[in-house]
Write a protein that binds this ligand. Structure first.
Ligand code: ADP
Ligand code: MG
Length: 765
């Protein structure tokens, strides 16, 4: 019996999935595997676990497991469900990689998909669960795909044991044929339940012209127009990355400040008469807009740029297409009101601007669910985290730049780069759908319908886009030897499988096949090398195989605490704040410059001299974490030294987790996370460098010798075995000026050039 508050109950009843409760629960009772499709916001994530709870699927101390591809969602959803059910977080809990509030009493457990994969390694049959929900399956994250493959087998095994396990797969799109039409995965296609969405119509407006570069500026202009002209309702903007999100937030906050009666700034006084006139005008216009119900407004037919400046833009925008334009008689013909001051602060129209992206601190993320302050309009500027996993209440307008930033891996070399590309049609439609949750809405696409027509239909599953060595190691540890026979919903490419297997053989995690050439080929093509003892040890560490190897090698010389710290910092990534971002003002520019100098100086101090400097950027990581912990890991220390507080907290947690795993590996070590860790001595640094070299051995680069310098582009460049092109030490590295002959690197990232990051020196005899 669940004791919900009447308000909560009323809220729930509005969700479309509530009317499907019986259908869903009957299907679950009758079938081992059920697929549920329903638009984002229909109530899948928050309601289905509650249905199962009420139907007794958590009786006998068993747990209802829900996996999410994103940490943000696992935390937010557990909190939401606990609140809806009036239950404590001890009962409705979450577990993400190194953090959670799961207790003995936990009955509904939200977790990231990687967490469940780890649990399968400990208990293949997942006996503590009577039901597992794989949520957001349409995202096709690597771990989601693997889990579905594994669970298809676990469900059969549990059936044989007469301890049935139910599997629910939930998707926000109807594209589930990779699951239903895949005989190897499910011999019997599971039933698919479609939840009718109570989605309100969203009118989609395409731009006539697609801006080539400045889609952020275009977003800004569109938000200004919406805010000045259109009736109440939240605005959700999709951009591609954190820096862009912040830049737009700043710009919008300056344009529409929240404080109504703040003292005028110097700039504002310049022509206060003109200002006042403009304020009055825009207020009157806002009133006019407010008075109309759901007008079909062409936002594209006027500009908010100051007169003159915007003319060109306006011309181009005037003939923007309006797809599905209804009731054009309601169009506001405001084409000649373009003389508005674009970036002049307009305090008469306060806008409550909030950023949302995955690296944002959780309490800041949670703000988007709060109603905006009285008299203000909510505007959330987000990356694609807001696309399907989080539903922000009250959004009526969506501004979609049409782009997404994704890490792209070269299939052969593993070199990664962040690329901004067009989204898929499915993603663009998801984004548009965010505008129609509470009432009819509008989506402004900052690209033309022709460009949209060229988008891919769906994004390709992640497993086909990235290296898979970590997965292969995990699967081998589960005694799945012939990975190629695994029932992947979509298999990775054979090249990726071979590359993974070769790396794992080189690291000693898999047994090398016998040397005879023919047998070798045969073995390789079947991809069935068994795991070694070392490989099993490595698989117990929740980090990439290269780093796991370092940990497995660090038993001696008291090096483990140091390796754990280095590996934790390399795994969390982005320890340092992004200081190369464009500054919004001279003031900020000065601040950024000062901070860059400070961070560079601290890095030199942390790297030290002589032997320790040879460990390079990894020594910096060690020094930064050591110093930060010594100082109590305060937000002030992080701020002063350009460290990301959130990253430091994650490193602390991951150190804890790795320390526990290391103690299991060698209990005699009796390790603990020491906040006052002494720096390593010279011998230890030497061992650490050997350990690092062993782990990153395939990431070796050699400085191009002056006699080989054929071309200027090879100046200060390094050569790696796999790449034909030169690679360089990243300017943020402490070895940038040292230019040692041999180095190993954590990764190569391609921006303007190919840069090695996380660089450390190697001595070659
Ligand atoms: P789905 O999983 O189908 O996308 P959800 O179960 O996540 O849908 O969301 C259902 C509804 O619950 C949404 O309309 C959303 O606005 C609301 N909701 C979810 N989380 C919160 C929250 N933390 N605060 C307020 N409302 C929320
Ligand atoms: Mg959901």
């Amino acid at each position: 019996p669940v004791n919900r508050s009447p308000e909560m109950q009323e809220e729930r009843l509005k969700l479309p999935i509530l009317s499907e409760e019986q259908v869903i629960m009957e299907a679950v009772a009758e079938h081992p595997i059920v697929i549920i499709c329903g638009e984002t916001g229909s109530g899948k994530t928050t309601q289905v676990p509650q249905f199962l709870y009420e139907a007794g699927y958590s009786s006998d101390n068993s747990v209802i497991g829900v996996t999410e591809p994103r940490r943000v969602a696992a935390v937010a959803m557990s909190q939401r469900v606990a609140k809806e059910m009036n239950l404590s977080p001890r009962v409705v809990s979450y577990q993400i990689r190194y953090e959670g509030n799961v207790t003995e009493e936990t009955r509904i457990k939200f977790m990231t998909d990687g967490v469940l994969l780890k649990e399968i390694q400990k208990d293949f049959l997942l006996l503590k669960y009577k039901v597992v929900i794989i949520d957001e399956a349409h995202e096709r994250s690597v771990y989601t795909d693997i889990l579905i493959g594994l669970l298809s087998r676990i469900v059969c095994l549990r059936e044989k044991r007469h301890l049935p396990l139910k599997l629910l797969i939930m998707s926000a799109t109807l594209r589930v044929e990779d699951f239903t039409q895949n005989q190897r995965l499910f011999t019997q296609p599971p039933p698919v339940i479609k939840v009718e969405s109570r989605q309100f119509p969203v009118t989609v407006h395409f731009n006539k012209r697609t801006p080539l570069e400045d889609y952020s500026g275009e977003c800004f202009r569109k938000v200004c127009k919406i805010h000045r002209m259109l009736p109440a309702g939240g605005i959700l903007v999709f951009l591609t990355g954190q820096a862009e999100v912040h830049a737009l937030c700043r710009r919008l906050r300056r344009a529409f400040p929240l404080t109504r009666h703040r003292p005028p700034e110097k700039d504002d006084q310049r022509d206060s008469v003109e200002e006042t006139r403009r304020f009055k005008k825009s207020r009157a216009r806002a009133k006019k807009a407010q008075a109309m119900t759901l007008p079909q407004i062409s936002l594209d037919s006027y500009s908010v740029l100051p007169a003159g400046e915007g003319d060109e833009d306006r011309e181009a925008e005037m003939d923007d297409e309006e797809e599905e334009a209804l009731g054009s008689d309601l169009d506001l013909d405001l084409g000649d009101h373009g003389a508005d001051g674009g970036e002049q602060p307009d305090a008469s129209l306060p806008l409550h601007v909030l950023p949302l992206y995955s690296l944002l601190a959780p309490e800041k993320q949670a703000q988007v669910f709060q109603p905006p302050p009285e008299g203000t309009r909510l505007c959330v500027v987000a990356t694609n985290v807001a696309e399907t996993s989080l539903t922000i209440p009250g959004i009526k307008y969506v501004v979609d730049c049409g782009k997404v930033k994704k890490r792209h891996y070269d299939r052969v070399t593993g070199v990664s780069s962040f690329r901004v590309t067009w989204v898929s049609q499915a993603s663009a439609d998801q984004r548009a759908g965010r505008a129609g949750r509470t009432e009819p809405g509008h989506c402004y696409r900052l690209y033309s319908s022709a460009v949209f027509g060229d988008f891919e239909k769906y994004p390709p599953p992640e497993i086909t886009r990235r290296p898979v060595e970590d997965l292969i190691l995990q699967m081998k540890a589960l005694n799945i030897e012939k990975v190629i026979n695994f029932p992947f919903p979509t298999p990775p490419s054979v090249e990726a499988l071979i590359a993974a297997e070769e790396l794992l053989i080189a690291l000693g995690a898999l047994q090398a096949p016998p040397k005879t050439e023919r047998v070798k080929q045969l073995q390789r093509s079947r991809l069935s090398c068994p795991i070694t003892e070392l490989g099993r040890t490595m698989a117990t560490f929740p980090v990439a195989p290269r780093y796991a190897k370092m940990l497995a090698l660090s038993r001696q010389h008291g090096c483990l605490p140091y390796t754990i710290t280095i590996v934790a910092a390399m795994t969390v990534r982005e320890l340092f704040e992004e200081l190369d971002r464009p500054a919004a003002s001279d003031e900020e520019l000065a601040r950024l410059k000062g901070k860059r100098a400070r961070v560079a100086q601290m890095k030199r101090i942390w790297a030290g001299q002589g032997a320790s400097l040879k460990l390079g950027d990894l020594m910096v990581l060690l020094g930064a974490v050591g110093a930060c912990e010594y100082a109590g890991c305060s937000p002030q220390f992080c701020e002063a030294n350009g460290l990301r507080y959130k990253a430091m907290m994650e490193i602390r947690r991951l150190r804890g987790q790795l320390t526990t795993a290391a103690n299991t590996m060698c209990p005699e070590a009796g390790l603990f996370v020491d906040p006052k860790m002494q720096p390593p001595n010279e011998d230890q640094v030497t061992y650490l460098r050997q350990i690092v070299t062993a782990g990153l051995g395939d990431h070796l680069a050699r400085k191009v010798q002056s006699e080989d310098l054929v071309d200027d582009k090879w100046k200060n460049a390094y050569k790696t075995p796999l790449l034909d092109d030169p690679v360089f030490i990243h300017p943020s590295s402490v070895l940038f000026k040292e230019l040692p002959e041999f180095v190993v690197y954590q990764e190569i990232v391609e921006t303007t050039k190919m840069y090695m990051k996380g660089v450390s020196t190697v001595d070659m005899q």
